[in-house]
Ligand binder design. Structure first.
Ligand code: GKR
Ligand code: MG
Length: 415
């Protein structure tokens, strides 16, 4: 069995005006849907970022993968590395952390190859990762402050969320609709004292629900320590309060709240320094940039050995990514926190049938062969057409924020 063709389809997903420390989500989030077709007709699916750099990297590596045995995943990685000799970072200039292009590209194709392997063996991907340690995976509510509407559009069903009380209502909506337990607030948006008040109100409204806040490095060390003192017995973990290993270590030394990250430990090479400096206690895995599903499971093992916890990061995504996250989470024994997902904000999908529906905040691991999801060509065509119409080719939350507020400036840290 050999790879015969690769099809890459950039798509746009309607998104809400969700706020973070760098600005606001644009009307569309971008993704790329990957189809790897083998000479026997088996098709493997993948999904990754939709930025120009991701797309170009995927395109350039595609030619090098024709003829590859989809079971030969080490060869896949070396072919990708050889096809992209300059490697380079993948994220837009306005992002606050960067990922290696070669890891992102290899990961996207690895997922598709694992889908092919599973389909040809008649086994779910989780069985290729060591088999499931859990039949379902729990997710948390991803709470965002938000504007009520995109520029020129009517208010969306969530309305404006810019105060602590409005955030409690957003959380209530998420919990009632999906049964989530953990509640994660995207912070770094309002003044830190208002975000402290928000967390305290969430604690009051949802006793017993694990709470987290993630300002994406939007705070100074001083602010982060102030927030941590106020929320000492409130948070399950504090995610990326500050940017940089040394600053994280300073905050970690000043609080008993575990610090989590998807911004300072993004690669295997960074784990040793983080441990030496006691900068983080929990690493968020994400197969899109850690190098794939197998690498994410390996990350879990390394964290276990080093006494670090593991949680799972998310960006805006579709059901192919969600299926890949489910198989990975199910095969990571020490993933002991509810995973992040933006899926409830997404509202559309490219897979056949009903979109994934959370039950008590959890999703069953798909049991069909491979990833267990099938591409709906009609839906793919619609979102591909939207990509062409939308005209957005890069995520830039800061530029879009400037359209709401021309005086807005990107400042990390802001508070
Ligand atoms: O979607 O605004 C967002 C998030 O801030 C996202 O870009 C981050 O990558 O969810 C992420 C995080 O946990 O840092
Ligand atoms: Mg984060």
């Amino acid at each position: 069995m050999r790879i015969a063709e690769i099809h890459l389809t950039p798509v746009a997903i309607p998104d809400r005006p969700l706020l973070n420390c760098k600005g606001v989500h644009q009307p569309h989030a971008l993704r790329t849907v990957i189809e790897v077709v083998c000479d026997d007709g088996t098709v493997g699916l993948g999904e990754t970022y939709g930025s120009i750099k991701a797309l170009e990297g995927l395109r350039r590596a595609a030619g090098a993968l024709i003829g590859l045995d989809p079971f030969h995943l080490h060869a896949l990685k070396s072919r990708v590395v050889a096809a992209l000799p300059e490697g380079g970072g993948i994220n837009a200039k306005s992002a606050v952390a960067d990922h290696k292009l070669t890891d992102v590209v290899a990961s996207a194709y690895e997922v598709a190859c694992l889908d092919i392997q599973g389909k040809s063996l008649g086994r779910p991907v989780v069985d290729l990762l060591g088999g499931p340690v859990r039949a379902s995976v729990s997710f948390g509510a991803y709470l965002f402050f938000k504007f009520g509407a995109h520029i020129g559009q009517a208010q969306d069903e969530w309305g404006e969320v810019l105060t602590p009380d409005q955030m409690v209502e957003e959380a209530r909506g998420m919990v009632e609709a999906h049964g989530f337990r953990s509640l994660k607030l995207k912070g770094g948006v309002l003044h830190p004292d208002l975000e402290i008040e928000t967390m305290l109100k969430l604690r009051e409204a949802f006793p017993g629900h694990p709470l987290r806040i993630d300002p994406n490095g939007g705070w100074t060390v001083e602010t982060a320590i102030h927030v941590a003192r106020k929320l000492e017995n409130v948070l399950e973990y504090l995610e990326d309060p500050v940017i940089g290993m040394d600053r994280m270590a300073e905050v970690a030394a000043a609080t008993s709240i575990p610090l989590a990250t998807n911004m300072i430990v993004l690669e295997f090479d960074q784990i040793a320094e983080a441990v030496r400096k006691r900068a983080v206690q929990i690493v968020l895995s994400d197969h899109h940039y850690w190098g794939g599903l197998r690498a994410s499971v390996q990350l879990g093992k390394i964290c276990e050995v080093l006494g670090l916890g593991v949680s799972m990061h998310s960006n805006s995504h579709l059901g192919i990514t969600l299926a890949a996250m489910l198989h990975t989470a199910a095969a990571t024994p020490n993933l002991s926190f509810d995973c992040d997902t933006h899926y409830p904000w997404t509202g559309v999908d490219v897979i056949e049938g009903q979109p994934f529906s959370f039950r008590n905040g959890a999703l069953a691991v798909p049991s069909g062969p491979g990833l267990g999801v099938t591409l709906d060509r009609g839906r793919l065509a619609q979102l591909a057409a939207l990509y062409e119409q939308a005209g957005t080719k890069e995520r830039d939350d800061t530029a879009y924020m400037k359209q709401f507020d021309p005086a807005y400036e990107r400042r990390v840290p802001r508070w």
